[in-house]
Design a protein around this ligand. Structure first.
Ligand code: HEC
Ligand code: HEC
Ligand code: HEC
Ligand code: HEC
Ligand code: HEC
Length: 352
């Protein structure tokens, strides 16, 4: 059989299956245009096709790190300009409803439109051509043929990619995980708006999915408690979001607590010997919260577990002076406090 004939045969088969599945049922109004009801499912090829009817969600996604997962310069360089093929699996994946949702499924790389990264089709496209929705009462007659899939409501949709460094396992053991507060509840807050062009507004899930690239979001994750008593400064950093460790996931991330103590004349008071490492700047000392790379044998895991408080103490000089307490969130661990990929997410000054 030559290639053209084989293609014809395949098209006929798709047509028959399509008729049996869609055309053959009469439980939806057949006069309704589009969607699952008219028997002609659109073949989705790109996230750009969703933009005309879901403009806000498309714009949010476009600006998100999911959309940039492949073109991201950090990914490009660490994957050795894409030579490490295994890396492409999660950074430009095939639809996960095709390869499998949940913790134990492996995401596979796609062959085309790599620049779209983790795109709409990755999370929504079903093997039968319809689109997954998290709403049991979804309008299945809508032009893109959405249908309820429970996995989209749960951590199962994030799990195939986000447990590489145990975020999902951390979540399961956390107070939020125990209470059933899922990844979406924090990372996809709702906004009142039309879910699609021409529809009435209702609370709709946003798609920015903020994480470490958004210092304002990181600043909501902790509480810093300070106290000066008996000539000592006590500092506690508490993980208050309680959804997973702080920081989580990427081993490159670091949250640095930097404390500077000066006497009244402005002289830096040298670091006492303690748990705390000397800082990169003279006169400062720091505690670092981070999951080390596998080959960093001298480092231990210092992530702050959900709800826990990491506490430190410093002896203060007898004379009067000032202590500055700062927190920096870093996208790469070995950069200076003021560098581009570092954001100051807390600062406070205390007189003693
Ligand atoms: C021709 C317009 C149109 C296009 C193109 C379109 N959609 Fe839709 N979509 C709709 C409408 C209308 C609804 C129903 C919204 C409502 O009332 O809840 C909808 C609903 C949905 C839902 C379910 C909403 C819910 O309530 O959970 C999802 C998910 C969805 N679309 C995803 C997509 C994706 C992904 C694409 C691109 C692959 C896409 N749509 C393309 C019009 C469109
Ligand atoms: C199992 C899925 C998966 C695979 C395979 C994977 N990654 Fe990732 N990668 C992720 C996820 C999820 C994140 C986001 C984690 C976060 O932000 O904490 C990420 C984040 C990154 C980042 C951080 C991007 C930034 O902006 O800082 C880099 C760089 C990266 N990955 C490189 C790689 C390289 C190189 C490989 C291959 C050796 C690889 N990844 C393989 C899932 C994966
Ligand atoms: C990383 C996975 C992911 C990507 C990428 C993604 N979505 Fe979603 N989307 C979800 C999840 C999860 C939900 C449901 C959240 C919930 O209700 O708990 C959702 C919900 C929706 C809804 C229904 C919103 C509502 O609350 O009614 C629409 C419409 C939608 N997505 C369209 C899109 C479009 C269009 C794109 C691409 C521009 C896209 N999504 C990209 C995961 C994703
Ligand atoms: C198919 C794989 C995949 C799925 C599914 C997925 N992600 Fe991601 N996610 C990634 C990758 C890859 C990155 C890193 C992109 C980069 O920075 O280059 C990422 C980054 C993120 C970030 C970090 C954003 C930042 O500021 O750096 C958050 C938060 C996130 N994802 C949340 C979610 C949530 C919530 C879900 C489930 C609704 C989900 N993701 C589903 C692959 C995935
Ligand atoms: C109770 C709210 C909450 C829940 C639940 C939650 N997160 Fe987060 N997440 C946050 C906050 C706040 C941050 C920013 C601070 C941090 O890194 O811990 C964050 C950060 C992240 C990051 C960015 C890490 C980086 O490298 O910058 C990823 C990825 C992520 N979460 C994925 C998930 C996934 C996957 C789930 C579900 C298994 C989840 N989160 C559940 C609140 C939550």
């Amino acid at each position: 059989m030559n290639a053209a004939l084989r293609l014809l045969g395949l098209l006929a088969l798709v047509g028959v299956i399509g008729y049996l599945v869609w055309g053959g049922t009469d439980d939806v109004d057949p006069t309704q245009k589009g969607g699952a009801s008219d028997g002609e499912l659109r073949v989705w090829q790109s996230s750009e096709e969703c933009a005309s009817c879901h403009p806000e969600i498309h714009a949010e996604w476009q600006g998100s790190w999911h959309a940039r997962a492949y073109t991201d310069p950090a990914f490009r360089s660490q994957s050795e300009s894409y030579r490490k093929r295994d890396c492409v699996a999660c950074h430009a994946p095939r639809p996960i409803f095709e390869t499998g949702t949940g913790l134990y499924e492996r995401v596979l790389p796609r062959a085309d439109r790599l620049h779209e990264g983790v795109d709409c089709l990755t999370c929504h496209l079903l093997p039968d051509g319809r689109l997954a929705s998290a709403r049991p009462d979804v309008d299945t007659t809508a032009p893109c043929a959405p249908v309820f899939m429970k996995a989209l409501q749960t951590v199962d949709v994030c799990a195939p990619c986000h447990n590489q460094h145990d975020t999902v396992d951390e979540w399961r053991r956390s107070p939020q995980g125990q209470a059933g507060v899922g990844c979406n509840d924090c990372h996809m807050p709702v906004e009142e708006r039309a879910p699609a062009t021409g529809r009435s507004p209702r609370p709709v899930r946003t798609h920015v999915m903020k994480g470490g690239h958004y210092p304002d979001y990181v600043a909501t994750a902790f509480k810093v408690e300070t106290e000066i008593r008996d000539g000592r400064l006590r500092v506690g950093v508490k993980n208050t979001h309680e959804g997973h460790n702080l920081p989580t996931d990427d081993r490159g991330r670091a949250l640095d607590l930097v404390v500077t103590i000066q006497d009244a004349a402005g002289n830096f008071v040298p670091p006492p010997e303690s748990l705390v490492k000397p800082g990169q700047t003279e006169g400062t000392f720091r505690a670092r919260f981070r999951l080390p790379y596998r080959d960093e044998f001298s480092e231990i895991n210092t992530q702050i577990p959900p709800g826990e408080n990491a506490t430190f103490e410093w002896e203060l000089p007898a004379e009067k002076g000032r202590a500055t307490v700062e927190l920096y969130f870093k996208l790469q661990p070995y950069i200076l406090d003021g560098a581009d990929d570092s954001a100051r997410v807390h600062r406070q000054e205390l007189e003693f």
